[in-house]
Design a protein around this ligand. Sequence first.
Ligand SMILES: NC(=O)c1ccc[n+]([C@@H]2O[C@H](COP(=O)([O-])OP(=O)(O)OC[C@H]3O[C@@H](n4cnc5c(N)ncnc54)[C@H](O)[C@@H]3O)[C@@H](O)[C@H]2O)c1
Ligand SMILES: [Zn+2]
Ligand SMILES: [Zn+2]
Length: 345
Amino acid sequence: MKALVYQGPGQKDWVEKDKPEIQKPTDVIVKVTKTTICGTDLHILKGDVPAVTPGRTLGHEGVGVVEAVGSAVQNFEPGDAVLISCVTSCGKCDNCKRQLYAHCADGGWILGHLIDGTQAEYVRIPHGDNSLYPIPEGADEEALVMLSDIMPTGLEIGVQYGNVKPGDTITIIGAGPVGMSVLLTAQFYSPGRIVMIDMDPARLELAKQFGATDTIQVGVGDPVAQIMEMTGGRGVDVAIEAVGVPATFDICQKIVSAGGNIANVGVHGKSVELHIEELWIKNINISMGLVSTNTTPMLLKMLANSKVNPGRLVTHRFALDDILTAYDVFGNAAREKAMKVILNA
Ligand SMILES: NC(=O)c1ccc[n+]([C@@H]2O[C@H](COP(=O)([O-])OP(=O)(O)OC[C@H]3O[C@@H](n4cnc5c(N)ncnc54)[C@H](O)[C@@H]3O)[C@@H](O)[C@H]2O)c1
Ligand SMILES: [Zn+2]
Ligand SMILES: [Zn+2]
């Protein structure tokens, strides 16, 4: 079979590889029908995630059809259509019992990281019973691919950790696929005002179509001054960071209101300066974390009832064989006006 393989920093290839086989009784082999590329894959290719070693197949998102199941698998059989979660979980360990699947004792984010991932014709999913979801009849499969990672990330780490409430004024910094997922899922809780911040005017325009009430373009406007003016000097109830650099976490610290929340979603490679001398008196909360995908069942219901349409995030489609072109487009997102790309096997 063919697979997109990491060959060391800056190097990737679409190569012939052995088809994965059942290794443990709880494994499921899935024939991938649709997958995508995540910003995290670009981080890996830059060499930012040294745990990924040369020869690893990338990818942690997708949908497919069950090809084979291990002897202990109870929920799936060959031919079943499934959604693949980016987080693998046994469902039995202490952390899984608290729905903290990100920290499963025999799982977590391992796909396309510590084991071979979904950017291939076939993928082995450990603990298939708990790490796969049946695809509802007639579902929009492109929209479902958004439920592998970005939608639960936005909902869990941005919206739920940030405790977004009806009527709140919230700010989302970063209008990439993850920030957009925060924007879509925040609306489940009816915030009064949603201010989106980015430097890319095309992404801000899209954010308005997706429900942002206000936008601020970094480099043109001054986000802190503008937010303070908008809120009568009060600041925002929830400041959500969806970029992963010190500058944007710093904006969150300056715009959070008394009693508010800073929810950090971005993956950071550098330390940030925590202004505890300003913040201690403000009764705020700061949260951060890795997605657990424990909200996937809720998102599946929202999708089935047309309460959210993450398929709108898809801007480009390619054949799986053209994945190197898809990487080029996704890696130049501003130039290509790309948000999410779909690869069809
Ligand atoms: N916590 C988790 O479990 C989890 C899961 C998935 C992704 N992430 C992280 O979420 C972050 C966002 O992911 P993404 O795929 O949307 O990334 P992305 O790179 O596609 O989007 C980031 C956006 O931020 C904007 N931006 C960059 N610098 C900025 C600045 N100084 N001010 C304002 N905007 C700025 C860019 O224009 C872009 O639109 C990344 O750090 C990613 O690694 C976290
Ligand atoms: Zn991802
Ligand atoms: Zn577990």
